[in-house]
Write a protein that binds this ligand. Sequence first.
Ligand SMILES: [Zn+2]
Length: 434
Amino acid sequence: MNTSEHDYLDHFIETIGREALREIQLKKFQLLMGRVLESNAFYRHKFIQAGLAGARDIRALEDMQQLPFTIKQELSADQETTPPYGTNLTFERERYTRIHQTSGTTGDPLRWLDTEDSWKWWAKCWATVYKAAGVMPQDRIFFAFSFGPFIGFWSAYEGAHQLGALSIPGGGMSSYQRINAILTHGITVLVCTPTYALHLAEVAEEQGLDIRNSSVRITIQAGEPGASLPGTKRRIEVAWGAHCYDHAGATEVGAWGFECQSQKGLHLNEGEFIFEVIDPVTGQAADEGELVVTNLGRTGMPVIRYRTGDRAKLLKTPCDCGRSYWRLDGGVAGRIDDVYIVRGINVFPSAIENIVRRLPEVGEFAVDIFRRNLLDEIEVRIEVRDTDPETLAGMVANEIRNNLGIRVKVIPVPYGILPRFDLKTRRFTDHRNP
Ligand SMILES: [Zn+2]
C-alpha cells in the first residue's frame, strides 16, 4: 500500500502516538467543557445535577466517565419543551448560520444549528474523509442526492470545497439525468448512499450507458451503513469500476468515521472526537457494543457522551496506513436495537444483506418477519435477473441457512419492483405483535 502525505489532512495528528493523542483530546475537551458550563443551559444543568462543580473537575480523560450519557430522547424532549431548538445552545441565537434536521426515520426530526466555526469544523472532518480515500483537489465530485434539510450531503459538499475540488450538486434530478451529468462532467468521485450507488448502476445498465469504464475512480458512501459489508462493497466496485469507501456520521454528531486506502475497518477520527464503546445494558466500557461519541469542535451545539445507537466492535491494532486512530471492525454493524430474535436466534439485517449482495443475479431485496401459528417466519423477497428464479431462490435460502443457521422462505419477484431510495433505505419489516 502506498500512502503518501497527501492522503492525510493532518499527518502529525493522525499518526501521533496514542498517549499524545489522548493529551490533545483532553485539552480540547477541557476547553469545550469550560465554554459549555459557562453558557450552554442544557449541559450546564445536566452536569451540575450530576455533581460536577466545574470544568476543572476534568483532569484526565478517565474523569469523563463520571459524566452522564446523553441520549436522543433527551434532546428531543428538550426541543419539545423549549421549541424550536431546545436549550443545547452555547451562544446567542444570532451566532448560528446553518440549520438542518435529522431524517426522522426513528421519531420526530431533531433540529440542529451550527455556527460558522462549527460548520467549518464539519467541513474539516469531511476533508479528512476525502483525503484518506485519496481524493485530490483536481478531482470532480458529484453528489447524487436531493439536497433537503438533511445535513450529510451539505456537509460533504462543504468539505469538498475546503479540499479545493470541483463539486457538482445532483439535487432535483432523475437518476437518468444524474448519470448523464456524471458522464458529461467527467466526474471522478461519486458521493451517495450505498443503496443509491447500486440503483444508479442499474439505471445506467438499462439505458445502455457505460459507467464501469467512466472516469469515476472513487465512490464514497454516506447517509446509511452498508459499504463496509464485503458483499455490498464488492458489488458497488464492480458496477462502477471504482474503489468504494465507507464513511459514517450523524446529524447530531458530525462526520466521525472514514476509510483509509488499506480498507481494513472504519477509522475513528480521534483528532476531532472522543469515542467510547459500551455494553448497552450496563453502560460499562467494552470492546464491542454501542458507540458513544463526544465531538470536540462543534461548540455551538455539541454532544457529550452521546449514545449513537450504532453497534460497533473496536479494532485497536495499528493500521497499515500509519494512522494511530482506532478502527471499527467491519464499520457500523447496524443499530443496537436492529436485531431480530427469530425462533430464539439473533438475526442481524447486515448479515442477510452481506449474503444477498454476494449474488450478482439478485437485484434489490426485502425481508419480512411474521408470526404464523405461533411460529416466527422470515420471508426474503429477491428481485431476479438473467437466471431461473426458483434456482436462485433455492441458492439464497441455502446460503442463509449455511451461514446464519436459520431457515427462511425465499420468494423471487420481478426485477425492479422493490423500492429504491436515496437515503435511509428500510428493507426489514417486523410484522409480529410487539
Ligand atoms: Zn488506515
